[in-house]
Write a protein that binds this ligand. Structure first.
Ligand code: NAP
Length: 282
């Protein structure tokens, strides 16, 4: 069998026109474009690359992505930066780029973001809203996986979904979103015994582990849907958490890396920025 691909790029492209239109209408109505401030408390190359990707796309779509860099990053200096941005009416949305510098209490920094500006759904309040089924912003990567599945008509109600990875950024919020849609969800992680056996039961398996080509073909039930959230740099290449070539022979659907979850993540984040601005500006 050769799996069909869960392509994220066409879905992301299809959302861009609408997003650009909303951003430009908002700028025309209020005098300034929607604005996301990204708090950067690190010199980590990956974090800076993620920031630049958002800034590039924001530039194309009419969303201002502000570099809110903090030179001496400590928990206090980052919390102070978030508080100042929270009080600034020209800033519609705030997120903290990760990873942050060693020793910083990321939870304290993210919890300083008010819910109405927390477009990446990172604070304890936003996560609590998600987990209790209340409206609010949802972490963009988890939302991107759902958009990828929905965009290809994958049935989730009654499906057995296995999520490998339990981070608060991806695995846990994704598990909640799948549960809310009527899937039966198994959450796996580094302490899971016989991981392969869990994966073999899955109609839908989502992998967010951070290890190149981690998920093997003989773990996958023939015809299953495989979503690869992983982004690992190996040499000059970007490689997912799934052994793509081998798993493609077994799965019914598989998301490529790059080109699957990634392109949707940034667009959905910027959609949240526009939504925050539309809501907060009279
Ligand atoms: P993370 O915080 O490091 O979490 C990794 C998770 O994988 C943890 O829950 C860990 O379990 C689990 N894990 C590690 N080794 C395992 C093993 N041998 N068996 C089973 N589970 C194992 O990473 P993350 O932030 O969730 O990111 C995961 C991946 O997604 C990374 O490659 C990241 O670059 C990528 N990512 C992509 C996007 C995108 O837009 N495409 C966005 C964000 C992240 P424990 O909890 O037990 O340690």
């Amino acid at each position: 069998m050769s799996a069909k691909q869960l392509e994220g790029k066409p879905l992301a492209d299809a959302r861009r026109d609408d997003l650009a239109g909303r951003a430009s209408a908002l700028a025309a109505r209020t005098g300034t474009p929607p604005c996301l401030a990204v708090v950067i408390g690190t010199s980590d190359g990956a974090a800076l690359a993620y920031f630049r990707a958002k800034q590039r796309l924001g530039g194309k779509l009419g969303v201002r992505v502000l570099d809110a860099r903090v030179a001496e990053a400590t928990t206090k200096s980052l919390v102070d930066a978030v508080r100042a941005l929270s009080a600034d009416p020209s800033v519609d949305a705030i997120m903290v780029e990760t990873p942050v510098a060693a020793g910083v209490d990321l939870r304290a920094v993210q919890d300083a973001i008010p819910a109405e500006k927390d477009v990446d759904g990172a604070s304890t309040l936003s996560l609590g809203r998600l987990f209790s089924g209340q409206p609010g912003f949802v972490p963009a990567t988890a939302a991107a996986v759902m958009a990828l599945l929905d965009g290809h008509g994958i049935e989730l109600r009654g499906a057995h979904a296995v999520v490998v990875g339990r981070s608060l950024v991806v695995g846990r919020p994704l598990g909640q979103l799948l549960l809310a849609r009527g899937a039966t969800v198994t959450a796996c992680h580094s302490k899971t015994r016989e991981l392969e056996e869990h994966v073999r039961f899955a109609d839908v398996v989502c992998v967010a582990v951070g290890k190149p080509r981690f998920l093997k073909a003989d773990w996958v039930r023939p015809g299953a849907v495989v979503v690869d959230v992983g982004t690992n740099v190996v040499g000059d290449a970007l490689v997912g958490d799934v052994d793509f070539a081998a798993v493609s022979d077994v799965a019914g659907w598989i998301s490529p890396v790059p080109g699957g979850v990634g392109p949707l993540t940034t667009v959905l984040l910027l959609e949240n920025v526009v939504r925050a601005a539309e809501t907060s500006r009279p």
